[in-house]
Design a protein around this ligand. Structure first.
Ligand SMILES: C[S@@+](CC[C@H](N)C(=O)[O-])C[C@H]1O[C@@H](n2cnc3c(N)ncnc32)[C@H](O)[C@@H]1O
Length: 277
């Protein structure tokens, strides 16, 4: 049987979600292995040299991207949704007594090579500018990042992580995980690392629609294994799908949602973990 839990690709097709290696990630062919290197390990970019000319070109491309997003109807709608009572209430719950969410960005992709990662990064930077509740430092990790891209990200005030956390960061503080179009295993890793009510409720997650994963589920055991936490988390997830508004932003943001995880389920959470895992 064909693997049929899918992740959205730039053309709107749902393509196979199983993790694989490579520089870009989208439009990849399925690989039989579901769990790639799951251990957290030190990471260094493959190309060690920062190229000042490439960095200057990247800066230009990012400026164009930011300007385009900032003046778009898409961004207006994006902000309206975040400011709506439904979503801002959720953010308040994640904040609790804290004033800021720290942002961790996984799987941004190659900002030098592709427009979608540039649009996604632009949104993250603009969020930081727009909302006081977004913390100042953005931590970023994607194994495809070049030394030039990392250096540019640092110049924007981001911190590029030197460890591949496999998205297993524990939300000890309120955290916004910005994970646009990541593969399912990364969302699962994040959930697994935080599978306690007092941690899940500290998470705001921007990424592929969990609802979509549930709708696309298959009987393939590997796929079930790669998505089981997402499916289980559905019971405690409040999801707010974003509108791409125009074709220009479809590739970067289609089938993306904000996700929040409700608390008050202390007795239920361990129960359904042991039932299903
Ligand atoms: C499907 S691509 C999406 C890229 C980009 N966000 C986009 O929409 O075009 C998934 C990305 O996740 C990255 N990735 C894979 N393993 C990762 C890990 N352990 N931590 C962070 N990112 C990872 C891949 O390198 C790839 O760039």
């Amino acid at each position: 049987m064909e693997v049929s839990v899918k992740t959205p690709s730039s053309d709107g097709e749902w393509t196979v979600v199983l993790p694989s290696k490579g520089r870009q990630g989208r439009r990849r062919k399925p690989k039989p292995k579901v769990h790639q290197e799951e251990e957290q390990q030190p990471w260094k970019s493959d190309d060690l040299e920062v190229d000042p000319q490439r960095q200057a070109r990247l800066k230009q491309k990012m400026e164009i991207s930011m300007k385009k997003i900032e003046t778009s109807e898409f961004y207006t709608a994006f902000l309206e949704q975040l400011k709506s009572p439904e979503v801002s209430d959720q953010i308040r719950l994640v904040l609790g007594t804290d004033t800021q969410l720290q942002m961790v960005m996984y799987g941004i992709g190659s900002i030098e090579s592709y427009e979608s990662p540039r649009f996604q990064l632009s949104i993250a930077i603009l969020l930081k500018r727009e909302f006081d509740w977004v913390g100042d430092s953005i931590e970023v990790f994607d194994p495809v990042l070049s030394a030039t891209e990392s250096s540019y990200l640092e110049s924007l005030g981001c911190t590029v992580l030197s460890v591949n956390e496999q998205a297993r960061r524990e939300a000890l503080k309120p955290t916004l995980f910005f994970m646009p179009h990541c593969e399912a295993n990364l969302y699962c890793n994040l959930l697994e690392a935080n599978w306690r009510t007092d941690r899940l409720c500290r998470i705001a997650l921007f990424g592929n629609s969990f609802q979509m994963y549930e709708e696309q589920v298959s009987f393939d055991p590997e796929v079930i294994s790669a998505t089981k936490r997402i499916i289980a988390a559905q019971r405690i997830t409040s999801e707010f799908a974003i509108e791409t508004v125009s074709e220009d932003y479809f590739a970067a943001f289609h089938d993306s949602s904000w996700h929040f995880f409700s608390s008050g389920i202390d007795s239920e959470l361990p129960l359904f973990v042991s039932e299903e895992f």
